[in-house]
Every structure is written in structure tokens, then in C-alpha cells.
Design a protein around this ligand. Structure first.
Ligand code: AMP
Length: 331
């Protein structure tokens, strides 16, 4: 396949890091791929895209995928992760950490036992865990960056199955090519992935399929949301309400984009109670039309991207303060 210059020029500019990454893959026969906790389509897409690519091109390597499940995406759209015993990690292996900047959010701490760690990501990071990381915050998705690395790897092929996973990652994190992080590079990579023969119609059907019962959740949200003076919309789903609606916390959160594209709204948030005893909190998923909300998310035990970030409040009494912080951005 002849590569679009947008892809090949980027690969040339980053040839040194890309080669170190590829050499690490060639050097190890046992590879474990890690993602962030509470995975989304990008975390899952780049992980399974890379696993499939390595298996297709280097069938003698053992490649494992680690991390917690997603309530609707696994195993419906992406396979379940592997369950590995402690002894697996006693032999030398390569850890590849994908789509996670904050090392505390890596879904399985056993990446620390690796002989060598690689990382491919598009998040801001606090502490670097890899010697030669490949990081680019301008990429709409980690899957976009990884696709460039794999597409420009001479002598290998990117199968339709690997391309399908990577495409789903890009679609997920770019909001179906809508967020401002979407660039000419995003489209060049998407074109190359489509040229492998993937069926994008069935991809969208699988990724965004909803059940009739989900409409009850939408009805609840639309009759209970609030809007701050300067256009921050938010809705709150307590654990009790989630149970009444028969949904998980993640399913509640996934409706946050009901409020995108509404005139007069500058940002919108879902606030969902997460009752797990070890980290009891109300998780706030924040999305913004234009301004960067990631600084406010960082102030509230979170982080993320300029237009899509996550934060936490430890009690609902604190929520008005977080909403006020957001509201003041838009005065
Ligand atoms: P979410 O609202 O959970 O879909 O997350 C949106 C973006 O913010 C994703 O890129 C997450 O990786 C990031 N994010 C969510 N929660 C946190 C957190 N507590 N700390 C750092 N980043 C987060």
C-alpha cells in the first residue's frame, strides 16, 4: 500500500522512536499489552489492534492483553482481556502500555515487572514510565498514533481485523471525527485503514447500538438536568437511580453527549455515583464545546484532554463548587 505523505512524513520525523519501539517488539517473544482503567474504544482498539498485528506478522510470539472489562464494549465489541497467573510475569517479557498518561491509571500494575517498557499515548503525563515513550497530545486517539507506526513498518502487513480495531479506537476518541483534535492526519490514517477492506457501516452499528431500555435513561436525564448561568449542563445519577434504571455507571455516563451541539451550552457533564468502597466518589465526565476544561479536571482529582476530561468529587456537596469553576470559564 502506498502511504499518504501525511503518514510517511510524520513517520520520518519520528523515525528514531518508532524504530526503538519496533526493535523492542522484535526482541521479545513474550509481550503483554496494558491499557487504562475503565477502558474506552480507544484503549481497547489500540490494544487489540496491536495484538492482532503482532500475531499476524510474528506468529511465534506470545502476545497477551491485560486490563479490566467494559460493561457494554467487552465482550460484545472487543474480546475479554487475558487472565494471567502471577508466574507468567516471572519470565522476561516486554510491556507495551497504550493510551494512558497517568501511570496510576494503568489497569494492571504488573507492567512494572517487565524487562523493558514501551509506551504509545496521546495524554499529558505526570511521570514517564518508559525509556523511549512515543507521546503526541495532538493525536485525536492513541489508535491514530499507533496506526501510523504500524502502517509505516516496512515488510509487515496490517490485516483487516487489526485495522478494524484501530479504526474503532479512532472513531471513539475523535467523537466520530467531530472533536477539534481531528486533523488531516486522522483522516489520512482512517483512509489507509478503510483501504484494508473494513466495513465501516457494521462498525458504527456495533459501537453505538443501544437497547430500547436505554431510552428510559435518556428520558430520565432529559427531565432532570440542570444548567449553570453560563451554560454548563449537568445531570446526576446516584447509585440508587442507576439501579432503578437498570444501568451501570458507565452506561449512565455514556449519555453525556446528549448535550453536545445545543446552542447556549458551553460544557456538559455527567455526574455518576461510584460506590466502590476503595475509591468511593462521584465521577464527573466533562465535555466542552471550545474551551480547555482539562485544567479544572486536574484540580478535581482528574485530567484528560482539552474537550473531554474526567474528574471526581468525594461528596455531592462539593459538586456546586466544581460546576462554579467550570461556569467561571465561560463568563
Ligand atoms: P471520561 O469522561 O471518563 O470518558 O474521560 C475522558 C478523558 O479523561 C479520557 O481521556 C480519560 O482517560 C481522562 N480521564 C478520566 N478520568 C480521569 C482521571 N481521574 N484522571 C486523569 N484522567 C482522566
Amino acid at each position: 500500500m502506498k502511504l499518504d505523505p501525511t503518514i510517511s512524513n510524520y513517520a520520518k520525523e519520528h523515525a528514531k522512536e518508532f524504530n526503538l519501539f519496533r526493535r523492542a517488539i522484535l526482541r521479545y517473544d513474550r509481550i503483554a499489552i496494558f491499557r487504562h482503567i475503565k477502558p474506552d474504544s480507544d484503549a481497547l482498539g489500540c490494544q487489540f489492534g496491536l495484538q492482532t498485528f503482532i500475531k499476524d506478522n510474528f506468529p511465534n510470539k506470545e502476545v497477551r492483553v491485560l486490563g479490566d472489562h467494559h460493561v457494554t464494549l467487552t465482550p460484545r465489541v472487543f474480546p475479554n482481556a487475558d487472565k494471567l497467573s502471577e508466574s507468567w510475569f516471572d519470565e522476561p517479557f516486554l510491556a507495551i502500555v497504550l493510551d494512558v498518561g497517568d501511570h496510576e491509571r494503568i489497569a494492571d500494575p504488573r507492567y512494572k515487572k517487565a524487562s523493558y517498557i514501551c509506551k504509545v499515548d496521546h495524554h499529558p503525563f505526570k511521570k514517564e514510565i518508559a525509556r523511549h515513550p512515543i507521546n503526541d497530545e495532538k493525536m485525536a486517539a492513541a489508535s491514530e498514533l499507533l496506526s501510523n507506526i504500524l502502517l509505516s513498518w516496512k515488510g509487515t502487513t496490517l490485516s483487516k481485523e487489526a485495522a478494524r480495531y484501530l479504526y474503532m479506537g479512532i472513531v471513539g476518541d475523535s467523537g466520530r471525527f467531530e472533536f477539534s483534535s481531528t486533523s488531516a492526519h486522522t483522516f489520512a490514517v482512517a483512509k489507509a485503514l478503510i483501504e484494508t477492506g473494513i466495513n465501516i457501516n457494521s462498525i458504527y452499528l456495533e459501537m453505538y447500538e443501544k437497547k430500547i431500555e436505554d431510552l428510559r435513561t435518556v428520558a430520565y436525564i432529559l427531565s432532570h438536568f440542570e444548567v449553570s448561568p453560563h451554560g454548563v449542563a449537568y445531570y446526576v445519577l446516584s447509585d440508587e437511580t442507576q439501579k432503578e434504571l437498570g444501568i451501570s455507571r458507565e452506561q449512565g455516563k455514556e449519555n453525556v453527549n446528549l448535550f453536545s451541539n445545543i446552542a447556549g451550552l458551553n460544557a456538559w457533564c455527567s455526574v455518576t455515583e461510584d460506590p466502590q468502597p476503595k475509591d468511593y466518589c462521584w465521577r464527573v465526565s466533562i465535555r466542552s464545546k471550545k474551551l480547555d476544561i482539562s485544567g479544572i479536571a486536574s484540580k478535581w482529582e482528574g485530567g484528560g484532554h482539552p474537550q473531554a476530561s474526567g474528574a471526581k468529587v468525594r461528596s455531592l456537596d462539593k459538586l456546586p463548587e466544581l460546576i462554579k469553576n467550570l461556569d467561571e470559564l465561560f463568563i
